[in-house]
Design a protein around this ligand. Structure first.
Ligand code: TRP
Length: 355
């Protein structure tokens, strides 16, 4: 039967372990999660299967990055008593659902996904991507649908994956649960579809520019300020921000200037930010003054995170993940069973026991 209506709506999202998190993650998603954990039944996970798609030869690093991301989450205030934190390689139902969903996506449709195309281009994969790389968007659909969430908080670049997820959820419900193609998305679940049609939720800042002043902040592009950077590193990186002017004799650039973007995003005192903005536009203060202010604002945000991070051990992370994986398996197994019943592959019930 359907879950009782008094239960909180479910939210699910994940991060691929690529190293420690940066400010783009913070304003694009972590902040959002901190709010959501108060209101919704949240599932946050480390997408360590996804890391394999391009780093199958670097599993020591993937393991370290997995632990590091969870430390970042905890340091930022994601609370394992409120949200379920897990690692997706310990939730086998996700892999099994991937098998069923992979039959519902055409190869041509997959290759038209702009995020897949972008990744092949940006990472310079050429024709040399693995078969598993192409499987990851289907895996992502399974990550999401295994938890039957109402919302999926993500960055803008992930929206094409959520679109595909919605298509597959509809198709599954049509093929196996007799949901007519004309049924509106919000009625799928109540009419007996196994999968509700989830919605993407974009964070406060959909895209944070990196310190190069051009590309989206990203560890691999070397333009990121990491949550674990020291105060000195943060200020040094701020000093390098490209503000668009050739020399200090040129007038300040007021459009698409990354230091102004950061001022707006990271200065909590909005009146002060407006004042600085005005002084900068009037050339009363220069790039260096703003960089100092922005660096200080970033450090004020990061200081408590750094302090808390230093108190969290690897063992603490493993304990949190074990507890979270148990809870995640309870939900995902229930979904898988419903899906197997719908597909008529429901031969035997089973239980997952973590050692
Ligand atoms: N692909 C996402 C990223 O690289 C991470 C991810 C994997 C994810 N599975 C997900 C995000 C499911 C949201 C929901 O950022």
């Amino acid at each position: 039967m359907s879950e009782s209506t008094t239960e909180r709506l479910r939210v699910l999202t994940g991060d691929t372990p690529t190293g420690s998190l940066h400010l783009g993650h913070y304003v694009g998603s972590i902040e959002n999660r901190l709010q959501m954990q108060e209101e919704y039944d949240c599932f946050f996970f480390v997408a360590n299967w996804h890391a394999l798609t391009t780093r199958a030869d670097q599993t020591d690093d993937i393991r370290a990055d997995t632990i590091s991301i969870v430390k970042d989450w905890l340091a930022c205030g994601i609370d394992p008593n409120k949200a379920t934190l897990f690692v997706h390689s310990e939730v086998p139902a996700i892999a099994e659902l991937t098998w069923y969903f992979s039959m519902l996506v055409g190869y041509g449709r997959l290759m038209k996904n702009p995020t897949v195309k972008d990744e092949i281009r940006v990472k310079g994969l050429g024709d040399e991507y693995s078969f598993g790389f192409l499987l990851y968007p289907i895996g992502q659909i399974a990550d999401i649908l295994a938890f039957r969430p109402a919302f999926v908080p993500v960055g803008e670049d992930q929206v094409p994956h959520i679109e595909m997820t919605r298509e597959i959820a509809r198709r599954f419900n049509q093929y196996y649960c007799k949901i007519d193609g004309s049924v509106p998305d919000e009625e799928h679940a109540q009419r007996g579809g196994v999968f509700p049609i989830p919605e993407a939720r974009i964070g406060r800042v959909a895209r944070l520019t990196g310190i190069d002043g051009k590309n989206k902040m990203s560890k691999s592009l070397g333009n990121a300020i990491h949550l674990s950077d020291t105060p000195k590193q943060v200020q040094k990186k701020c000093n390098k921000i490209f503000t668009g002017r050739g020399s200090m004799d040129d007038p300040p650039v007021l459009e698409n200037n990354t230091i102004l973007e950061y001022l707006d995003i990271f200065m909590p005192d909005k009146a002060r930010a407006a004042e600085l903005n005005e002084a900068y536009a009037a050339s009363k203060i220069g790039d260096g003054d703003l960089k100092k202010e922005v660096g200080a604002a970033m450090n004020a945000l990061l200081e408590p995170i750094r302090e808390k991070r230093a108190t969290i051990s690897d063992d603490d992370v493993i304990d949190v993940l074990k507890d979270g994986c148990r809870k995640a398996n309870a939900v995902a197994e229930q979904t898988l069973w419903k899906a197997k019943q719908a597909v008529r592959y429901d031969f035997f019930k089973r239980e997952i026991v973590l050692g």
